[in-house]
Design a protein around this ligand. Structure first.
Ligand code: AKB
Length: 320
């Protein structure tokens, strides 16, 4: 990877991936793009930024040509819960952006990173230690688009030599940009509410186990996969990766160690609960460990300590 374009850069992952990639590959070699430029000034000004609707293939092509891009990180996504509210739009956005990225990379013979998700699995998938290769019959439009995206990535690799690679991310927890419209968002919100109000109204029930990962591991995983020796990759689209699996009671207990007065109530969101019930409790990520040496660094305890420390500073500040 020498010249990188991030599409959908203003979201939860993109806003942290921009500085992460710029530190490794150089500020001017990482072009960030999104519909709006509503990122902190220090991120916007640290390197090139382009306003881009990723459904506009012509404009994407022009940016790729102008900056001589060889790798696209496609972070455009309508997440699981939001997707159920507007399935047509979710399909158009999730597939349209990917299709443009792959078509352009077919010409450039470039590489494309696309995150898949635990959402690519469904109720008939084995829920515990979900294998890398298994039944994939998701029941959300988000999941359907993720399975299609995985297949499309493999297809473009097989037929056209595009270096398409991806990860099945679990819920990502971070302290910079809030996620929007996902089923796992509760595991981010809980930290903000614990600090600000000492009370969290959780929309998933006790006993709902889901895979999760702290942002520093998610960023490192993306780069390590894209830098992995292609000769070692048996799989490409996409690898199971996980760092921890917990339910709401466990994350609340880990927060209570540092904020003893923190309380949690349950106000179930039935749409999100049904989605969460259809997803794995815990994935087996041994293929990622074997094929490109994946290893997470943060468990629940280490993540809670870091989240609370960073958020207390952030929430103590006014503005950015
Ligand atoms: C969601 O909840 O939709 C996402 C995901 C797990 O892909 N965070």
């Amino acid at each position: 990877m020498k010249k990188i374009l991030i599409i959908g850069a203003a979201g939860q992952i993109g806003s942290e991936l921009i500085p992460y990639l710029r530190k490794i590959y150089g500020d001017s070699n990482v072009v960030a793009s999104d519909l709006h430029n509503n990122l902190p000034c220090n991120v916007l000004e640290s390197g090139p930024y382009e306003i881009l609707d990723a459904l506009n293939g012509k404009k994407m092509q022009e940016i790729v040509d102008r900056y001589d891009i060889d790798t696209i990180f496609n972070l455009v996504a309508v997440l699981s819960a939001k997707g159920e509210a507007n399935p047509v739009l979710a399909w158009q956005i999730n597939m349209g952006a990917l299709f443009n990225a792959l078509e352009i990379s077919r010409e450039t013979k470039g590489a494309v990173f696309t995150p898949s998700s635990i959402g690519a699995f469904g109720p008939t998938t084995p829920a515990d230690h979900t294998p890398q290769d298994t039944v994939m019959r998701p029941t959300t439009i988000y999941g359907v688009s993720k399975v299609a995206a995985e297949l499309l990535g493999d297809y473009y690799h097989l037929k056209f030599g595009v270096d398409a690679r991806g990860l099945r991310y679990p819920g990502i927890i971070s302290n910079v940009t809030l996620p929007g419209g996902g089923t796992t968002d509760y595991a981010v919100e809980i930290y903000y509410e614990a600090i600000q109000n000492k009370l969290y109204k959780c929309n998933l029930s006790a006993g709902t186990y889901l895979d999760m990962m702290y942002m520093p591991d998610a960023l490192r995983a993306a780069v390590e996969l894209m830098e992995a020796d292609p000769k070692r990759l048996v799989h490409r689209n996409c690898f199971n990766v996980t760092a921890m699996s917990f339910d709401p009671e466990m994350i609340a207990a880990s927060i209570r160690k540092y904020i003893p007065e923190f309380r949690m109530e349950y106000h179930i969101d039935h749409i999100k609960q049904a989605i969460a019930n259809s997803w794995p409790n815990s994935m087996d990520d041994s293929s990622a460990r074997e094929e490109w040496d994946w290893k997470p660094e943060y468990n629940l305890e280490a993540m809670t300590i870091d989240m609370l420390e960073k958020l207390k500073i952030k929430l103590g500040k006014q503005g950015c």
